[in-house]
Structures are given as C-alpha cells and as structure tokens.
Design a protein around this ligand. Sequence first.
Ligand code: ADP
Ligand code: ZN
Ligand code: ZN
Length: 751
Amino acid sequence: MYIEVVLPVPIGGTFTYFVPPEMEAQIVIGGLVQVSFGKTQQHSGIVFAIRESPPAHIGTIKPVLAIESDRPVIRREQGHFWEWIANYYLCSLGEVAKAVLPAGFRSKGEAVFREKKETFVRIASRYEEEAQLLNVLNGMKRAVRQEELLSAFVRETQTEENVFREISKKELLEKSGAAQGTFAALVEKGIFQLYEKAVAHPVTSDTDLQPLHRLNAGQQQALNEIIEIFRQKDVCLLHGVTSSGKTEIYTHLIHQTLQSNKQVLYLLPEIALTVQITERLKKFFGDQLGVYHSGINPRERMEIWNNLLHDEGYQIILGVRSSVFLPFRDLGLIIVDEEHDPSYKQQDPAPRYHARNAAAVLATLHDAKVVLGSATPSIESFYNARIGKYGYVRLDKRFEETELPLILPVDVKELRRKKQMKTIFSPLLLEQIQECIEKGEQILLFQNRRGFAPHLVCRICDWTPKCRFCDISLTYHKKLNQLSCHYCGRSYRLPTQCPDCEQSDLKPAGFGTEKVEEDIQRLFPYVSVDRMDMDTTRTKQSFREIMARFEEKQTQILVGTQMISKGLDFENIGLVGILNADALMNYPDFRAYERAYQLMSQVAGRAGRRKKQGKVILQTSHPDHPLIETILRQNYEAMYEQQMEERELFRYPPLFRLIQIMLRHKKEECLRNAANEYARMLREKLGDRVIGPDKPAVGKVQNYYLQKIVLKIELLASLSALREILEHARTQLLDCADFRYVSIQFDVDPV
Ligand code: ADP
Ligand code: ZN
Ligand code: ZN
C-alpha cells in the first residue's frame, strides 16, 4: 500500500510513502502518520489518498514510521477545500495544512487530536458505605489535610439520596483548596480512584433562551428578498446602513438554517467585535454557538475542532477568517459581516487567502448560501451585485429611524492660511465639542495613526530617525519616551541630538492618537478622555475596560484609530471628529479612496445612534475633492462610479486580477538583478501584463530588501497555466547560483 501525505512544508502538493503491511489496517484517509522528510526532518502528515501502486517517476519511496491517528482528523470536504486554496492562492497544500492545524500538525509524536478528556475522582467501592467512610475519616486524625480533602469530597458530591455525583479532579481541588500532594496521598492509599472521561459539552436548557426579535417592516421585507434571491443565487449582498438591523436579520436566517439541521458560519473581521456579537447570539442560540478566534487558547481551539469533527453540538460558529477551515458537517449558511474589511485577507504567511472569497467557495462545496453584509460594501462585491452574479438587498433606514449624521467639512488649509489653526483641532470642532460636553453627550475623535507623531524631524537639517532594519521612519511614542518601528516592532531610545548636524532640536511632525489625547485633555482638563488603539488594547481585558468605561459614560471623549470605527454600538454619541481626512487618502494604493470612504463613513456612522441626529466634523485640506463630496453626501454609488472609472482605465480589480510577486534578499544589488531577470522571463510569456519590478513603498523590512512585480491578468485567464509560468520561471531563477537565496512570494488578489 502507498499513500499520498500532506506535510507542513512550503513546496509541492502531496508526497508518496510506502505503508509497511502491519500498519495497513490503521491507515485511513484524513488520518495522521509520522514520516521522515529530506535527510533529517521528521513530520506528522495527513493521509490525503491511498494508492495501490507507486507513481512511475519516483525512485526510492520511504516507509511510514508510525501511525499517529487511525481516525480521520479532518473531514473529506476539507481536503477539497484545501486543494482549492492551494491552487488559487498559489501555495503548497502543506502551507494550507500548517495554517489550519497549528497546534497538532507541527509537534512530533504527541497526539494532539485526541478527544479532550478529564480526570474524575471517585471513592473506592469498599469505602462507599457511610459507616466505612466515617471509619476512614476517624482514622485520619493525624493527617489533617487529607481528612479535610475527604470531607470536602463528601460535601461536594453527596446528594440527598446519598449517591455521589461525579466530580473532576480539577473541580475537587478548586473547591477544597487542597494541594496536589494531599490528593496524591489519598489516591496512593486506595481511597480515591481515578478515571478518565471525555467531557461532554454543557447544554443550557431551551428555557433559558430568548425568542428572536420581531423584525420591523423594512427588515422583514429585506429578509424576504434575501430568501427569494437564494432560490436562484448562492450569494447575496446586504447593503444596509449602520444600525439598520443587519444583525437582527442574520439571526432570523440562522434560525431558519438550524431548523433544517444545517450549520452556520458567522464571520467577523476582528476578535474585538466577537465579544458583543457573542453576547447577542448566546441569548437566542445558547450553547449551540461556538466562538473561534486567535484569542482563545490552543486547547479551546482543539475542543471546537473536535466538537465539530465528531458532531458533538456546535451548530453555529462565530469566528474570524481562519474559521473557514473548521470541520463543518453540513453548512447551510455563511454570514460575512463587514465584508469590506481588509482584515479578512491573510497577509502572512501563506496561504494568503481572502476569507470572503474562500467562504464563497466553501459554500459551494456544502451547497450553502452566503450573505455578505456591510454599510459600505467592497467595490468587488458591489460590482458582483451589479453584474448579477450576487443578489442585492438594500436597507436604508436605521432601526430607530434616526437620521443619518450631518457631516460638515472644515477646510484646514484655509484656516492655516488665516492662522486660525492654533491646535490640531479647528475652531468649529472645538466649539462643537464644547457644546456636546455641556449636553452630556459623548464624542469620538478619529485619527488613524497611533503614537504621538509619525516622525521626528531635525529643525535644522530635516534629518529623520529611521529604523535600522526597515526603510521607514520611526514613530514617536511620548509616554514610553521611545521611538518605535511599526514594521518590525523594534524600539529605540530617543536621540538627544541629530547625528547629522549635532543640534538637539528634534520636533515631532504629524500627529497620532497619543498627541490627540494629550492635546484635547489639555484643552478640556475637567473632561474624562480615553484612548483606544493598538497600544492601549494589548490585552483583551484592557480592550473591554475601555469599552465598558465608554458604555457607562465614564469616558466623555474617546480618541482612537480605526478600532473605534467598528462595532461600537452606543447610544449617546453626539459628535464625531475626523481629524485628518487627507492622511487617509494619500497613500500609494489603488484602493486608498475606497478605504478612505469606508473608514470615514463607518466612523461617521457611530454618531447619533438612537433618537437624535449626530454631527460629524471632517477636517481636510481639500473640501471639494470629489471623494470628500461623496462622503459628505453619503453617496456610495457616486464613489463607486468614480472608482470604477479609474479601475477600468488602469486595469485594476474587480475588472482585472492582480497577482503581487514579492522578492526578498539581504543584498540590494543582487535582489534588483534577480527581480529584473524574473520580470524579464515573465514578460516573455505575459507581455505587458507584467508591471515592474519596483521598490515598494517600504523598500526594506527586517533587514531584507524588497522588490515588487505586479501582474494584471484578465479575469478569465487560466490560473493553472499562469501557475506553470510563475513556477517555471522561479525554478529557473533559483537555479542561477547568484539568486539561489532570493525568496519569491506570490500574493493573489493582494489587499
Ligand atoms: P446593524 O447590524 O445593521 O448595524 P443592528 O442589528 O446592530 O444593526 O441593530 C442596531 C440596534 O437596533 C441593535 O441594538 C439592535 O438590537 C436594535 N434592533 C434592530 N432591529 C431590531 C428589532 N427588529 N427588534 C429589536 N431591536 C432591534
Ligand atoms: Zn540635524
Ligand atoms: Zn523596523
């Protein structure tokens, strides 16, 4: 018997191994085996296929060393899904496997995929009678600790009928406060007996659950439209303004899906958002809901994996992008909420997949439906709706019928000319803040940069401190009194003088959230100000605390990065300040305007939820820029039309497919040559579809220089033919002695 095995290595598809006859009986597709790879490595691998004869073209075939699991650890459909991911995103099956099975796959020998078991404690049967137990207790006068533990056991487990209830070792130790040693002593004496048991998933009784909210007329109509669309199409875009009740509509769709005994995957872009939605969904669906994200520990992840693999109860999974890889039995519905969010794209390492697009493929494998929800859809999805590939449902009214916020532009260039910008806040913004404070309303101030200032600059010679390992200027963090590189994470001490002119006159240039917080606090010393960005939310706890303080209105002004543009569902926000719209628009990416529109609309949408119309002050140097105009009028279609013109002109998505090729090497010269050579080879086959090579905006990261080549490919072009071309050229390039250590990475549909 021969098998095809997927190994956690960055090359190829599967690898062939020989199965010694005595192991044949334990081989199953989806099982785990231990094999050797190359000269020195050993890996766990997943059995992908079984074959009778070896492939013709290979020489010696190595044997399987051991069986690690004779039961499948993945489901069969998952294998197909992995293959699609590897093919589409130009990576190896092993890279997919590695991303999917992080804990179990890499460790050697240790069987991580066992069911989760717990150790339980019982009294040996000869002591079960009460009289005998008393005897034992009395005999323990000198072992006080043991006596206490035994008493605790009796107290905790004895029910009225004098039957012991089951108790786990963990629970007993917690309740009694006893030490491990005391416990071990009772086991040694044969009084306690231990046994293993798979822990069942606790089930809340149905009576704890609440009925779904009744939808209002507009929501009900939207729901009906979605259901109608699903008769003909697999994907529906739900374009609904913030607070229109998209989440409520999802709950109804979930309910219907569960009724037909199918499962639901509910995707959210970030962990931070799962907290609120979890609470909302638990009320309706109780313990059928499992939550999956990188914030939970490996053991909990394994538990969810096994629960789904063995069908032990979860019917709905709420999770971030990686949950598309879980072993679902039978999906009926996938919800991709905030579908426009760039966090759905995995950047590093491979597979560089987009969870929204992957979800659509996963749905096809399960014959399931997909709802994409957003107040500001991605241009890709809106385009797909326009051409009829997706269905489209619109929800224009907020649930409480609050009007959409009033957005007022402020021309900061003009104000600067008139010397009226004395701080980073315009007079109008300050006036509005004052007014809100007096009315007891809350305020959001949005600036999408953390730290105090994005650069320091020498006043005399314009020198700027940069990271020694990356080609990027360092961000000044004032409270920490250090400079830090937001690419590699290194931090540096503040230079006391400029190394070029030796003067000590370094000034901050630009501003980040830390400065916004400091300045606004100085202007309104009696008002409570808080800040939410990556620096203040390193732990889940601190994130929750900031949210809670704001929710309880202890915080009046919340300063933050894009973190405050998402999910905050609060009722008392009277004003939103967008401090620097220009910074959002001026970065070199064809999606910059789309992003800027989405971010500003999302953060503006936080104003005036429930009851009152809110205000948004938008500070910019170009108040009559066409993009700013679309934001002021909240006219998504106008933004879409503008952007589509450019996309067509410059051959960008959604009309063309982009593939970004990143080459990395420690020596700049060598890298440039390699990139030129690679581009030349590609151009022979692909002509002017090849753009570059160019130095990317950040040309060096972590001491590696970067060169970028972009391919603009027709949507209908064959990806497998393209893969051949790319791989062939890569092999040729790496065959040159000079270029052997150049790394080449592919990113399909880069974001
Ligand atoms: P969206 O997901 O579109 O931003 P939500 O579903 O979060 O909107 O709705 C906004 C708020 O209005 C939430 O607090 C939600 O509970 C409430 N809400 C919306 N629709 C209903 C409804 N039909 N019944 C009760 N509450 C609703
Ligand atoms: Zn200087
Ligand atoms: Zn760096």
